[in-house]
Ligand binder design. Structure first.
Ligand code: DQA
Length: 156
């Protein structure tokens, strides 16, 4: 049985740690990936992390996830606000997807208030720094009905 999540990071998130630390904090992408992996593993679930600065590569990663993922946690970065292609890919693959942001996008510039992908996601977590990702992973697992104690997972 497939028991893995896709953690998908969009443009500029490879620079986390040094990128505008006052906005995004000093935690690196590697740290975030490790923390999410640890969270998922407490539920008996694996996690594959992918980062790309290219819209098409993110679409490809979503298509690929059809073959193996239970669901997706995505920080699409600036593509959140612009990408109909990512929205269509999320709709097309029909994997439950949680949108996350480090910053509170609603407290920032107005162009960050709109998300192209939120309407096709299960929900959105924003504003909690690296913890947004942990909350996103836990929210996705809850949505999937996967309990922390793998033995009590429903449907097994
Ligand atoms: C972001 C918010 C976006 O508006 C921005 O373009 C990013 C990061 C966040 O995690 O807060 O690249 O997705």
């Amino acid at each position: 049985m497939r028991r893995e999540l896709l953690l998908l990071h969009g443009p500029n998130l490879n620079l986390l740690g040094t990128r505008e630390p006052d906005v995004y904090g000093t935690t690196t992408l590697a740290d975030i990936n490790a923390a999410c992996e640890q969270t998922a593993s407490a539920y008996g679930v694996g996690l594959r992390a992918v980062q790309s600065n290219h819209e098409g590569a993110l679409v490809d990663a979503l298509h690929d996830a059809r073959g193996w993922a239970l669901g997706v946690v995505i920080n699409a970065g600036a593509y959140t606000h612009t990408s109909i292609a990512l929205r269509d890919a999320i709709s097309a693959v029909k994997l439950p997807t949680v949108e996350v942001h480090l910053s509170n996008v609603h407290a920032r510039e107005s162009f960050r208030h709109q998300s192209m992908i939120a309407p096709v996601c299960v929900g959105v977590v924003a504003g909690f720094g690296w913890r947004s990702y942990i909350l996103g992973v836990e929210a996705l697992l809850g949505h999937l009905g996967i309990a922390r104690d793998a033995l009590s997972t429903s449907g097994q």
